[in-house]
Design a protein around this ligand. Structure first.
Ligand code: MN
Length: 204
């Protein structure tokens, strides 16, 4: 199977002024498209059993790939998977409500405490990577980060909310000020999608 770049589902300028149109255009049509192309190229040299499975199944089986293609698929398959989740989690003016909102308040006490811990993890991830809200194997919510294009799924954890903290995600507008980008992200979280991810993760 050939993996494909998903449609964004909204215009590049839909998240202005928090995430600018130029960044979204380059991020989606160049960076994400590049991961997809390189993933497909790497899969040509992978064993047959890895060629016909979905991207999420592939992410779960990274460690089972032969060494010759493992790094390329970890980086580019992870890049494809992470960005596909990320785009759907971005939308302006979605209220913080629902089952996930309740679970976050139950775990962190209030939204501000959750935002503080998530922001701290996102801003202290050294170099390139992602910050995540995940459902752990024990069924509890947790905040974590991964390096590069690694994903919690490879560790058996289910991603609910993710934030790309690679410089390519914010440098045009925010330059070296990653904390300002993280703060802006909280204005464009699609809590409805995150709630959907939470419910799906719990039912699996
Ligand atoms: Mn990215």
């Amino acid at each position: 199977m050939t993996h494909e770049l998903p449609e964004l589902g909204y215009e590049y300028d839909a998240l202005e002024p928090f995430i600018d149109a130029k960044t979204m255009e380059i991020h989606h049509s160049k960076h994400h498209a590049g991961y997809v192309a390189k993933l497909n190229a790497a899969l040509e040299n992978a064993p047959e059993e890895f060629k016909s499975i979905s991207i999420s199944e592939l992410i779960k089986k990274i460690s089972k790939l032969p060494e010759s293609v493992q790094t390329a698929i970890r980086n580019n398959g992870g890049g494809h998977f992470n960005h596909s989740i990320f785009w759907d989690l971005l939308k302006k003016d979605v209220p913080f409500e629902g089952e996930l909102a309740k679970a976050i308040k139950a775990k962190w006490g209030d939204f501000d405490k959750f935002k503080e811990e998530f922001s701290n993890v996102a801003s202290t991830r050294f170099g390139s990577g992602w910050a995540w809200l995940v459902l752990n194997m024990d069924g509890h919510l947790a905040i974590m980060s991964t390096a590069n294009q690694d994903n919690p799924l490879s560790e058996g954890k289910k991603p609910i909310l993710g934030l790309d903290v690679w410089e390519h995600a914010y440098y045009l507008k925010y330059q070296n000020k990653r904390p300002e980008y993280i703060d802006a992200f909280f204005n464009v979280i699609n809590w409805k999608q995150a709630d959907h991810n939470f419910k799906t993760a719990k039912s699996e």
